[in-house]
Design a protein around this ligand. Structure first.
Ligand code: ADP
Ligand code: ADP
Ligand code: MG
Length: 666
């Protein structure tokens, strides 16, 4: 076994690998970019090497620097994690040429599966069932269009080199094909450096079911059952589970054996995932093989009781697989939810910012949290906006669902927008709870998943008001301590006023609505009047931003996290956001990116879609910005004239930068 390995990745997966290495007594070397100098994976590793600037192509993607780091530290092997260099055959070859072990499959297997088109040709030859479509070499647009017409719409155009749900376009009718092809190729070139595409029949109401396979260097190959990853947004997984609901023993064996055949056909070694698209009747087709450890591998670990990173390390060190097929068993049910910094209500737009508060649920035998960040860390625009993976296990699916609901309710994040509330609605929605799964679930359930914004409930407003009052008391005490006269009545915040009734107003903004709480100070309580109804409240500050509140005859535990004027209220598993509206200290609450014609995040202009001087209707696409590996279309906010573009194609823009000069029609 190795005594020292280097992990060529960051975030949660780097931390995940370090954990197992440490348990096995293997020393770890982390690598990092300038943006990650204080990242959790750097703090956890035994040593760490700086690679370069924040941009991945100048740090995490530079193979030479990683090999150099191995030599400097004496690391004998490299774990690539997922993403970055994990499926890069030149990297695997370069390591081998330098006498360093790649903890992954042979370069030849990566190459064989690296192109979705080539993989399909190989799999067809190995009798693995394929999704119907065109995966030929001829890339003439007219020919591709003709093939799509022949397959019959809807079709899916896919970048052959694609991954992570990027480089895919659904085309509903022939007339839309040319634009979709152009846009797909543009994204494919910018994300993968290769614009080769394939076309597939778009399967309606399919499920994504994948098989975990593992092979060693001695010729053994097993499958560790399936994961159902049907719940997706933008073709990216959000919730995964194992086993797949409704899977029969017979089908499991068929899929498992097809996956093992796929692996064997390319001389596979290590951890791999064969992804199938399955119809509701169970018919399944090969989609692609991911030649690495998968993001959602923990659900497999939870139901098999195995540590897949340990298996990877053993296999890479030349040892046999720890278990044979007939020794593997499924126990219970596991669910994983990906916690992202993103705004579900704005088309899952990635968010960035500082994790002012990050309090995950407590870990136990049933709850696991894999994360690469801690409170105070930042989610930057440079990398994937995943904050953590929340994994739960129980004896059956209903038990696991209950655990997931509770764990999401307990998850507290403030400082940036997350998908936690969205995930809570998702796991609670009848379609998911009832295992009525297909890749269109989110779209199909959008009424339930994206409800109209409700006013913040009264309890949360009362809690926010008590939070302000307690905070003032706390500040006053702190000031008194410093003043040298701690008992002076002038420091008290009990509303004592000479000859005045001790009443005041504390106001908040709930969206556009102004909420005013009238507070009357009493001897040992406050009387808070909201919308004409009054409540007697008491409060006591607990640890951090938590406090105990008494509202008339009820007691609650809550916390309020203040970020500038924002107040994040955490109460009974829900989060509410208010703005403190302080008349003495009114800060411009309008966010600076309001107009819609400014960059929602730092990015690169990839296409200008209109002409300066052109008259446009509301909603006309004006420009495409690529940010966080996604294309964002900026459209006209109203009818008017596009005066000018502020940037040329290919130019980098900063967060909040104006993108176009636009004159709305009078
Ligand atoms: P999984 O099935 O494990 O979720 P994905 O294909 O969604 O795999 O990708 C896993 C991670 O790796 C994602 O975070 C994605 O952003 C990243 N990723 C995958 N392929 C690429 C790629 N070619 N370039 C950059 N990032 C990638
Ligand atoms: P990636 O490399 O980005 O993971 P995949 O080929 O694995 O690309 O496809 C990602 C997702 O897109 C699948 O999980 C599925 O939801 C959807 N998808 C892919 N191919 C098809 C298809 N032929 N019909 C319907 N949906 C598909
Ligand atoms: Mg895939």
């Amino acid at each position: 076994m190795f005594t020292k390995i280097l992990i060529a990745n960051r975030g949660e997966i780097a931390c995940r690998v370090i954990k197992t290495a440490r348990r096995l007594g293997i020393r770890t070397v982390a690598v990092y970019s300038e943006a990650d100098a204080n990242a959790r994976h750097v703090r956890l590793a035994d040593e760490a090497v700086l690679l370069g600037p924040a941009a991945a192509r100048e740090s995490y993607l530079v193979a030479d620097k990683i090999i150099e780091a191995c030599k400097r530290t004496g690391a004998q092997a490299v774990h690539p994690g997922y993403g970055f260099l994990s499926e890069n055959e030149e990297f695997a070859e370069a390591l081998a040429a330098n006498g360093i072990t790649f903890i992954g499959p042979p370069a030849s297997a990566i190459r064989a599966m690296g192109s979705k088109s080539e993989a399909k040709k190989l799999m067809g030859a190995a009798n693995v069932p394929l999704t119907p479509g065109y995966h030929g070499d001829d890339q003439t647009p007219a020919l591709l269009h003709q093939e799509a017409d022949q397959i019959g719409y809807p079709v899916l155009i896919k970048a052959a080199a694609g991954g992570g749900g990027k480089g895919m376009r659904l085309v509903e009718q022939s007339a839309d094909f040319p634009d979709a092809l152009a846009s797909c190729k543009r994204e494919a070139i910018s994300s993968f450096g290769d614009d080769h595409v394939l076309i597939e029949k778009y399967i309606t109401k399919p499920r994504h079911i994948e098989i975990q396979v593992f092979a060693d260097t001695l010729g053994n190959c097993v499958y560790l059952f399936e994961r159902d990853c049907s719940v997706q947004r933008r073709h990216q997984k959000v919730l995964e589970e194992a086993p797949a609901p409704g899977m029969t023993e017979e089908r499991r064996r068929q899929m498992g054996e097809a996956a093992v055949a796929a692996a064997k056909a390319v001389g596979y070694v290590g951890a791999g995932t064969v992804e199938f698209i399955a119809m509701q009747d169970g018919t399944f087709y090969f989609m692609e093989m991911n030649t690495r450890l998968q993001v959602e591998h923990p659900v497999t670990e939870m139901i098999t009781g195995q540590d897949l990173v340990e298996w990877q390390l053993r296999v890479a060190a030349g040892q046999p697989l720890p278990l044979a097929q007939n020794q593997l068993q499924i126990s219970g049910h596991a669910l994983e939810a990906r916690i992202y910094a993103e705004d579900a209500n704005k088309g899952f737009l990635p968010a960035t910012g500082k994790l002012i508060r990050l309090a995950p649920p407590a870990e136990s035998l049933n709850v696991r949290v894999d994360t690469g960040v801690e409170e105070g860390d930042e989610i930057t625009p440079f990398y994937d906006p995943m904050i953590a993976k929340l994994i739960v296990w129980d004896e059956n699916r209903d038990g696991a669902l209950a655990r997931m609901r509770k764990a999401l309710a307990d998850y507290q994040v403030a400082g940036l927008t997350t998908n936690i509330d969205f995930l809570s609605r998702l796991v609670a929605c009848p379609a998911f709870a009832g295992a009525d799964l297909d890749t269109g679930l989110i779209e199909r359930q959008k009424d339930v998943l994206f409800p109209e914004i409700q006013p913040v409930p009264r309890d949360a407003l009362l809690v926010a008001t008590v939070g302000e009052l307690l905070w003032e008391q706390h500040e006053a005490k702190a000031a008194a301590k410093l003043s040298g006269d701690p008992w002076s009545p002038w420091h008290a915040r009990d509303g004592w006023r000479m000859n005045l009734s001790a009443a005041r107003t504390i106001s908040f903004k709930d969206g556009e609505a102004l909420v005013e709480a009238q507070v009357r100070y009493r001897r040992d309580s406050w009387e808070i009047s909201l919308a004409g109804q009054s409540t007697v409240a008491r409060g006591k500050k607990l640890d951090g931003d938590q406090f105990a509140v008494e509202l008339d005859d009820r007691r609650l535990i809550a916390s309020v996290v203040a970020v500038d004027d924002k107040r994040n209220v955490f109460l009974q598993g829900s989060t509410y956001t208010l703005l403190r509206d302080d008349p003495l200290h009114r800060v411009d609450a309008g966010d600076s990116h309001g107009g819609g014609l400014t960059a929602p995040m730092p990015g690169k202009v990839v296409a200008l879609l209109a002409q300066p001087g052109q008259k446009v209707d509301k909603g006309t696409p004006l420009l495409i910005l690529e940010a966080m590996k996604m294309e964002h279309t900026i459209t006209a906010p109203a009818a008017g004239v596009l005066k000018a573009f502020c940037y040329a194609t290919g130019e980098q823009v900063a967060d909040g930068a104006p993108l176009v000069e636009f004159e709305p029609a009078a």
